[in-house]
Design a protein around this ligand. Sequence first.
Ligand code: ADP
Length: 624
Amino acid sequence: MNPREFTIADEYVYDRRSALHWIRAHILRYPLLPLTAVAGYICTAILFSLSPVLVGQAFDVMLTSADQARLLTLTLLVLVTRVGQGFISLGSAFIVEVLAQRLERDAREELYISLLGKSQTFHNRQEVGDVMARATNDVQQLNLMINPGASLITESTITTIIPLIGIGLLRFELLLVPMAFLVIFVIALRQYNRELTPITGALRMQFGVMNSGLAEAISGIEIVKAYAQEVKERRRFSAYARQYRDLFVREGRVKARYLPLLLYGITFGLAFGHALLLFLNGGLSIGEVVAFMGLFGILRFPTFISLFSFSLVQLGLAGAERILGLIKAETELDENAGGVVQPMTGELVFEHVTFGYGANPILKDICFSAQPGATIAIVGQTGAGKSTLTRLVNRTYDVHAGRIMIDGVDVRDWSMQSLRSQISTIEQDIFLFSRTIAENIAFGAAGNASREQIEQAAREAQAHDFIMRFPDGYDTMVGERGVTLSGGQRQRIAIARAFLTNPRILILDDSTSAIDSATEDQIQRAMRRILQGRTTLLITHRISQIRWADHILVLRRGELVAQGTHAELMVQSEAYRRIFARYDEDSGQTPLLDAYHLDGDGKQPVLASDQQLLWQLLMEVEGQ
Ligand code: ADP
């Protein structure tokens, strides 16, 4: 098993050595279904092969005694074999369809579970469109591969063998032409498959490329439109679509050169000639000639259908290969199910932590510690590594060097489940699911949160009032099928979510703040409440928040250039002191006024973005 971030207790484990092993494992999960289907095919083929033999016997009766009773029996027998064959065939088709549907469902579930278990690093690398193509199209292809693909191949193999046995029983010499045909047919089929395999593989891959191109253009539609890039995007898509079509044409060419049908036509003539020769030599009755040609006629079906069924199996195998590739892709983090499980107090220590997304370190030698319940403000310019630092705490990524300790235990030694369930993150960009507001708030809660608990959390997050203003209240749908929430509303939903989860460590990214001042006030209140009693990493540009933090980390290009309490920094750092002194004078004490300062003569209030203020702060701190 690959390391995963979570597993499901009773998950079915498939053999994943190769695409063929994998599909076999999926089919053998329901061993009775394929067995019954094969038994059905054998019965059908026997019954089907019996009718030409019976017809042949009828011919002989007609030409010799013309015994009516015997003819009637033969007619009834033909009827019975045909009807019986029809019913059994129906049953087999049903069974195979059930098998194909189950395989599709199981494979989809397996892929979904494995995707959920992959690390963030894996998902960053993966294009969403390509994953979607694999999860929908390739999975569906598996279904088609079983039915009609593999079922037709099995059926046609059986429908080849049984008539051949019939012919052999009729007269052994008659096998000469059919056997020669069979040998050439198998060689031609192998050649055909060899040509087809790379094209089908490329076809599947191109579908993925086309799909990710489309997915990207649609998720980035705002940018595409804003920059009037529709024409260029359309051209890009057309190019992908053209390549996809070209591959189809190439596939068509290979299919068009399919020789076995022509071969069948020629051998049919030869077989008839052979049978007539034997008849003329007195070795065969007319009835036997008729039976032989009838049995040979059955071979047309496998010859004809193999073209279609093999390409379906090819497509299915190519799809299976791609799905399996995704399932088997290594994930960097291990869920560490046997790790430490205990309630956290929230003591957090970074010891010489270094980390980078690639080879270049983004964070270098970071050291700090936080007492349970402390608020740590992280400040720094965009790209300094603030968010990156917070992502290491809940192991979205693992450190490259050094270690992060929570309650004296390395985060890598905690069970992932226990670790993450006690850490909550409120990101800048808050993602809400297309579900109801209540469901969105209850998202991270263990078990089922009651409506009272949800409302209580929303009240504490100052979200209750605006939620009640929607016609459906807590049952209002969010997202594509429902209301769009503003940045401030989303933020409060996220805070409510965190209240309900009741984490010991909270990561709060408050660095964007395009919010009107009334909402702002509510959010600040909600935030201050959620921080109570929890160790909080607070990414912020607000001078007020920096001031009331217990500890301040100043990051610059991945390095910790200054840290301490507000009071300590005020003593240690001349620049820090100067800035705070100035803003205190300019804006008074209220946090709301942080974003404002008065220009030169002190009369005209000028809005200065938080970023700007912070930038000045940093420049001066760096300038020491
Ligand atoms: P901040 O939060 O201070 O704005 P970040 O931690 O987001 O900074 O980013 C620090 C650096 O890491 C930036 O140079 C950014 O481009 C890079 N970075 C952030 N996220 C990723 C990622 N998922 N993959 C690769 N590089 C990233």
